[in-house]
Design a binder for this molecule. Structure first.
Ligand code: PEP
Length: 258
């Protein structure tokens, strides 16, 4: 079984200074749990909070905590006004980068080609891309969710190569479950994880799929429903938006996973 992972995506909801307080509160409680080493805990604050958070997470108190970014650019350096370099994210201490989140596709019109370039840049800089994929409610109603998910994964992962020292995380996030308080049925998440696993087997060598790819679920996860998702064999963890903002709720969720 792969190690479980919980990723808190704070989006644009936590002012950088306040984020440090949240993480300290969580660590104070969570570090007392002996099974904590069974879990990777990732925080994705705003870009403005990364440097301070990195210093905090580097202290011995935060052994199982990792830093993630919510996005990056596909070039390391150059005349790209307003963009953020993946090389600098790595230097700042980021281990994970969320890519292709449905909010960015919707609000900023990011395309599959852009996401593919970003994935390659993140892997090149020795970080782990957290690649989001999922159908809309309309796709689901039309019954084309499998096709949409497969088509997207093939598009964004084509030409991406990873070695046994690297990792990719695929986050199955149906956009109709994100931020709505309406999580999907865990059996549907499990079914879609099977579809994703098959796509991974078609794209990458089997050994890489077995050892270096984790599939997680995201979409209105909270302390009430988390257990039913992570109980599924094919679901290696969760990506959490709203419920990651409340330290008590986040502590509960971590304890329910480990
Ligand atoms: C997300 O934005 O990736 C997400 C899963 O959000 P929420 O948990 O709020 O649905």
């Amino acid at each position: 079984m792969k190690k479980s992972i919980i990723i808190g995506n704070w989006k644009m909801n936590v002012f950088p200074g306040d984020g440090m307080k949240i993480v300290r509160k969580i660590a104070k409680k969570i570090n007392k749990n002996k099974k904590i080493s069974n879990l990777d805990i990732v925080y994705c604050p705003s870009f403005l909070g990364l440097a301070d958070m990195s210093k905090l997470l580097n202290s011995r108190l935060f052994k199982n905590y990792f830093l993630g970014a919510q996005n990056c650019f596909w070039q390391d350096k150059g005349n790209f006004t307003g963009e953020v370099s993946p090389a600098w994210l790595a230097k700042t201490g980021c281990k994970y980068v969320i890519l292709g989140h449905s909010e960015r596709m919707r609000e900023l019109r990011e395309t599959g080609e852009m996401i593919q370039e970003k994935i390659k840049a993140v892997v090149k800089n020795k970080m782990t891309p957290v690649v989001c994929v999922g159908e809309t409610l309309d796709d689901f109603a039309k019954g084309i969710n499998n096709y949409v998910v497969l088509d997207w994964l093939i598009k964004v992962l084509s030409g991406v190569k990873i070695t046994s020292a690297e990792e990719i995380i695929i986050a199955y996030e149906p956009s109709w479950a994100i931020g709505t308080g309406r999580a999907i049925r865990p059996s549907h998440a499990e079914y879609m994880s099977k579809i994703i696993k098959q796509a991974m087997i078609d794209i990458f060598p089997l050994k890489i799929v077995q050892n270096n790819i984790r599939i997680i679920y995201g979409g209105s996860v909270n302390s009430k429903n988390i257990s039913s998702f992570v109980a599924k064999d094919l679901i290696d963890g969760v990506l959490i938006g709203r419920a990651s903002l409340d330290p008590k709720e986040f502590i509960k969720m971590c304890e329910l996973i480990i």
